[in-house]
Design a protein around this ligand. Structure first.
Ligand code: NAD
Length: 290
């Protein structure tokens, strides 16, 4: 069955957000004579991390933000990284900071998280910001789960009172997404179930979801038989298979059943970086205009 009409076009959504942010950035410049500035710190030469940093740079160019990269050698010590973060935290020209993970083993990631100024923590990396989200009063929403939230909003998918089943409990995607969808704000107020690698009979949960979000990092984990007809399916998974990007959802089997579905690539991915840009602007506005 040809169901092209139910495919959510992540790239178009990201482009629309980019155009809005470009206008917001111009207004910010008019008021402050500054552009929002994002500083990215990367330690070592992990290819996936380097690729991601290039994508962030492109996104900054797209929306007319300043971008700065601090590429440190894999031999960098924890103390040196903490020193750099201290400088960036104090630098009034830097509004948002991202520390790219994974960090080399000798560096204690928790210490780095805690050292990042919560006011500049545009991907909700610091436990203070995650704690605020857990308390229902967030300053920033972490970018990938926020991209899922944005898709649900822009596609006008009713979330309030709906049963959202999230597959994956990581602290970057699954868990914060559950916290966002539980917020007492418009477009949230969902009933949320989180499944994970120890969940018994995963299909018995996914079949009950009005909205199913796959964030497991497991190729084609979600099969047609695991989804009821009319489900909204959001695939966060980005896995490599024979040089191609594939999701956690078996798209061939699931798309004929889903009322809406995100593809991989071209679904959640392009929107994630735009959420980072949105948070950078928000941080800049809070630092300069409030
Ligand atoms: P992770 O490995 O930290 O967590 C995966 C979670 O899935 C774990 O909680 C695990 O318990 C669960 N899981 C794994 N296999 C399972 C199974 N068979 N059944 C049920 N649960 C299972 O991964 P992550 O960082 O949360 O990322 C998840 C996926 O999302 C990955 O493919 C990652 O590449 C992708 N991702 C995409 C974006 C984006 O912008 N599109 C951003 C971040 C992560």
């Amino acid at each position: 069955m040809n169901r092209e009409d139910n495919i959510i076009k992540g790239k178009s959504i990201a482009d629309a957000i980019g155009e809005e942010l470009k206008l917001d950035s111009a207004q910010f410049f008019q008021k402050t004579a500054m552009k929002p500035k994002l500083s990215v710190v990367i330690v070592g030469d992990d290819p996936a991390a380097l690729f991601y940093v290039r994508m962030i740079e492109k996104s900054c160019q797209k929306v007319n933000f300043d971008f700065e990269k601090h590429a440190l050698s894999g031999q960098t010590t924890e103390e040196q990284l903490l020193d750099l973060l201290d400088q960036l935290n104090k630098d009034r020209a830097v509004h948002g900071i991202i520390v790219q993970t994974p960090l080399p083993k000798p560096i204690n990631e928790d210490k780095i998280r805690e050292a990042l100024s919560p006011a500049k923590d545009v991907d909700c990396f610091n436990p203070v910001n995650m704690g605020k989200l857990a308390m229902g009063n967030p300053d920033f929403l972490p970018c990938t789960p926020d991209a899922v939230f944005e898709i649900l909003k822009r596609e006008k998918i009713e979330v309030e009172g709906k049963h959202v089943v999230i597959v994956g409990r990581s602290s970057v995607v699954g868990k914060p997404l559950a916290l966002i969808l539980l917020l007492k704000i418009p477009n949230a107020n969902a009933t949320v179930t989180i499944c994970h690698s120890r969940t018994k009979d995963l299909a018995s949960f996914t079949r009950k979801g009005d909205i199913v979000v796959a964030a497991a990092g497991s190729i084609r984990l979600i099969k047609g038989e695991m989804i009821k007809e009319g489900t909204i399916v959001i695939d966060v998974g980005t896995n490599e298979e024979e040089g191609k990007l594939v999701g956690d959802v078996d798209f061939e089997e699931v798309s004929p059943l889903a009322s809406k579905i995100t593809p991989v690539p071209g679904g959640v991915g392009p929107i994630t970086n735009m959420m980072l840009m949105k948070n950078t602007l928000l941080a800049a506005e809070r630092q300069l205009l409030r």
